[in-house]
Design a protein around this ligand. Structure first.
Ligand code: ADP
Ligand code: MG
Length: 388
């Protein structure tokens, strides 16, 4: 959806729902993580980029403390809430995400009132592309402008994370919301999840005649949730055993000594190996992109996949097939992205090979009897912004 098309569609839908024109229209993107997987809860490095796909919010302030929410992408009608009565509601409906933003802002003492909001989105939900952060950040930016809060993008991202953690009840890190709020066109975003320093890293695909494909496997295997908690606990155990605050503090140069210390805990040892090598890969990717050598990141992406598959053990048959097939068909590099056990893979390809690689992956899925994947191109796009 192009911006002007999104504006027209969302304004019309807002009018159809609420009977008036919205005061403004805001957009926030979905994201993919280029490299730096499961490093966020180890105080490590991540490098997401914003997708061209956005969640668009049309909104007007209300003086009466009523919050009305409606989404073209959700079943049911308008959800109506009183902002004074908002309470954290784990496992609620989709409306918990935007309601959580209002709650988090009020909890922080910010002078935010009621609003009418309508959403349209092109971010696939539940595909590991962070439709939840797009929804939160579009809401946060709309309220920021409607109520003149003057918050910067990083602050909006933190409020959105607070909303998702405490109000929706999802223990996510800060990457998704930061990507949705802070990414810029033509760049990947380097983020140090310890001190939240960030840097825009040039990621010029078109100029290099490259493309980044996202392969959405359209599957999500059940073990996901418990496995996340286990990996997280294993990483904390590793940090304790090594006497560091977080695994981010294990220098890559001292990796083999660290692994030796964990010889009788092979599961933890393998988790540690992934985190330490993954942080190193993020730094290596950044230095190659800074040098303008975009193609050179390919092998680092593919090595990252092997590490997630063999050491962190969170890949699955569909993700492995997508990555292996893409690389065999000539991709420059490929890796699973996101939490694992399904979701999406990213594939870096020469523009000229994009079609052949896409066909190879689609054919391999058909031959394996898997659900057909959804493949699309992810040009590094802008973060949250006001459209009108
Ligand atoms: P992901 O963030 O990877 O897409 P999540 O499970 O974190 O997956 O978030 C998906 C949920 O976010 C959906 O189930 C829905 O509740 C909510 N959501 C996201 N986008 C929208 C939207 N445009 N309209 C309504 N709800 C949405
Ligand atoms: Mg999410």
């Amino acid at each position: 959806m192009h911006d002007h098309e999104a504006v027209t569609r969302t304004a019309e839908a807002f009018h159809a729902v609420y009977g008036t024109a919205p005061t403004g229209i805001w957009a926030a993107p979905g994201r993919v993580n280029l490299i730096g997987e499961h490093t966020d809860y180890n105080d490590g490095f991540v490098m997401p980029l914003a997708l061209p796909h956005t969640t668009v919010a049309a909104a007007s302030a209300r003086p009466d403390g009523v919050l009305r929410l409606h989404s073209g992408g959700a079943d049911g009608g308008v959800v109506e809430l009183l902002i004074d009565e908002l309470r954290p509601a784990p496992a609620g409906t989709w409306a918990a995400y935007p309601a959580g933003i209002v709650w988090a802002m009020r909890e922080a003492g910010l002078p935010v009132g009621g609003a009418d909001l309508h959403y349209e989105s092109t971010v696939p939900a539940g595909a590991g592309l962070s439709s939840s952060a797009a929804l939160e950040v579009a809401t946060a930016l709309a309220l920021n402008d409607l109520y003149g809060l003057g918050l910067d993008p990083q602050r909006l991202a933190r409020l959105a994370q607070r909303a998702e953690n405490a109000f929706v009840g999802v223990p996510c890190g800060i990457m998704d919301q930061t990507a949705a709020a802070c990414c810029t066109d033509g760049h990947a975003l380097f983020l140090d999840t310890r001190d939240l320093t960030r840097r825009q890293v040039p990621f010029d695909l078109a100029g290099e005649r490259l493309q980044l494909l996202v392969v959405d496997t359209c599957v999500k295997h059940e073990l996901g949730d418990g496995a996340y908690a286990q990996r997280r606990a294993g990483c904390e155990r590793g940090a304790r055993a090594l006497g560091v605050r977080a695994l981010r503090d294990v220098p890559y140069a001292h990796l083999s000594e660290a692994l030796d210390k964990l010889a009788d805990e092979p599961v933890v040892r393998d988790l540690v190996r992934h985190i330490v090598t993954e942080n190193h890969r993020v730094e290596e990717v950044m230095s190659r992109l800074d040098a303008g050598d975009t193609r050179a990141i390919g092998p680092l992406l593919t090595a990252g996949h092997a590490s997630l598959r063999d050491d962190f053990k969170i890949s699955c048959a569909e993700l492995d097939l997508a990555v292996d097939t893409a690389v065999a068909a000539g991709a420059v590099g490929a890796r699973m992205t996101g939490g694992g056990f399904g979701g999406s893979a990213v594939v870096l390809v020469e523009e000229a090979d994009a079609k052949a690689v896409t066909t190879a992956v689609t054919d391999a899925f058909a031959a394996a009897g898997f659900v057909p994947p959804r493949v699309f191109t992810a040009a590094p796009s802008a973060g949250a912004r006001r459209l009108v």
